[in-house]
Design a protein around this ligand. Structure first.
Ligand SMILES: NC(=O)c1ccc[n+]([C@@H]2O[C@H](COP(=O)([O-])OP(=O)(O)OC[C@H]3O[C@@H](n4cnc5c(N)ncnc54)[C@H](O)[C@@H]3O)[C@@H](O)[C@H]2O)c1
Length: 396
């Protein structure tokens, strides 16, 4: 059994505890830290947690835990991670790792210098659909991955600190884009270096300093493109979708609004429907097991198996740092309206990657551009001559 010190008892602290304590789990939260004594106590009572405290240092250093989970607002991640590393405890931190890559890098270095285990709690890379899709892609089912589009949109976060750029580090890009960026990176290959980012971001609805809507492109060294689309101004629930396009195939994933559970009610669902649902009458899209659909149980299973097996989990602080570097580049691109280079002072992937682009030979002289069976039953090929570049079609 792992004994866990949970820092933060808000929305994600609740999801984490539900996932950790659910399904007869061996791992238990043994101490919960919150700013307010009342909240700490009520959270501890709800989840049967032996100790509740309002003292972060005391929570981290106590002998009643061996793993620290950071579930605090973004501006408190670094302080909490450094405290865990100093206490010599394994530390798992929610997303985004830092508000900037510099912050994230300091967290990674503190853990590596102390020799403590670190895991980046990027749950959306662990959804059951994503894990299966990743294994198909890694087996080559889609050929070479050319383009990954990942989208997370909803009507905005649930706590004041998200909307304050000093505390959050940014708007929808920091909050939601971190997921999309890392999903694309997993499909394209973590070894492939991201080189530049082009991003549009604006505040379309909310009077805040940060962006409530953004679309970005991450260009990888092998020519593959990761596209992220994020919004805090989207109506209709939480839109969580991914698309992977390869030379030999395509995957579409829909994690939230179309999970195969559609319900109509004219008299309203009494209360909660699903996270960030935008209404409770008419057609509703509840989610059977929210924690599972969002990846939390598989994420913790990987984290604890790696901790006990002496290996690294699928998502580490190094990954969190790379994601932060891509976010930094996205903000730079918004400011300059240009492609922004990705600044990665620490890069542990491949020094160079072969091009993801692919072309098919038709015969010794030609490359095949397109082959299609026409409605009248004839077959057509469109060919490019390798030497002259001339494009012709042949109908058979
Ligand atoms: N899918 C995910 O992985 C996911 C989802 C939601 C949130 N998060 C992340 O989890 C973290 C917390 O988000 P949340 O949604 O739980 O937020 P929240 O506002 O619901 O809860 C934050 C918790 O931190 C405490 N807190 C707030 N300000 C504090 C302060 N100044 N000092 C000490 N404690 C303070 C609150 O009391 C609360 O317990 C953020 O980094 C967020 O990005 C991750």
């Amino acid at each position: 059994m792992r004994r866990i010190c949970l820092l933060g008892t808000g929305l994600i602290g609740g999801f984490y505890t539900e996932s950790l304590h659910g399904q007869r789990s061996r791992d238990k939260v043994t101490v919960a830290y919150s700013r307010s004594a009342e909240r700490a106590q009520s959270f501890a009572s709800k989840w049967n947690i032996p100790r509740a405290t309002t003292n972060l240092q005391e929570a981290v250093e106590g002998s009643d835990s061996d793993v620290v989970i950071v579930a605090l607002p973004n501006h408190l991640h670094e302080e909490a991670v450094l405290a865990a590393a100093a206490a010599g405890k394994a530390v798992l931190c929610t997303k985004p790792l830092g508000r900037t890559a510099a912050e994230a890098l300091r967290m990674l270095e503190a853990c590596e210098q102390s020799g403590v285990f670190h895991g980046y709690l990027e749950d959306l890379c662990y959804t059951p659909k994503t894990l299966k899709a990743l294994s198909s892609v890694r087996e080559g089912t889609l050929g070479k991955v050319l383009w990954v589009r990942s989208r997370e949109c909803h009507s905005g976060p649930h706590s004041a600190w998200f909307w304050n750029v000093a505390e959050s580090g940014g708007g929808a890009i920091v909050d939601l884009g971190c997921h999309c960026i890392e999903i694309a990176r997993n499909f394209i290959g973590k070894d492939v270096k991201p080189v530049e980012v082009m991003c549009w971001g604006d505040t379309q609805v909310h009077p805040i300093e940060a962006e409530d809507h953004a679309i970005g492109l991450v260009k990888y060294e092998n020519g593959a493109i990761g596209q992220f689309e994020v919004s805090w101004a989207f109506r209709g629930g939480m839109d969580l979708r991914d698309e992977v396009c390869g030379t030999e195939g395509t995957i579409w994933l829909n994690h939230w609004l179309r999970t195969g559970f559609d319900m109509y009610t004219g008299v309203s669902q009494n209360g909660y429907v699903a996270e960030k649902a935008d209404g409770n009458t008419g057609w509703l899209f509840p989610v059977g097991d929210e924690a599972k659909a969002l990846g939390y149980p598989d994420m913790f299973a990987d984290m604890f198996a790696a901790l006990e097996g002496g290996t690294a989990p699928m998502e580490t602080f190094y990954d969190g740092y790379v994601v932060n570097a891509l976010i930094d580049a996205a903000y730079s691109s918004i400011r300059t309206k240009q492609w922004a280079p990705v600044n990665l002072p620490l890069w542990r992937g491949a020094a160079s990657s072969p091009e993801a682009k692919a072309s098919h030979d038709f015969d010794a002289e030609h490359q095949l551009l397109k082959q299609e069976l026409l409605p009248d039953g004839r077959s057509k090929v469109i060919l490019r001559h390798k030497q002259t570049g001339k494009i012709v079609q042949r109908v058979g």
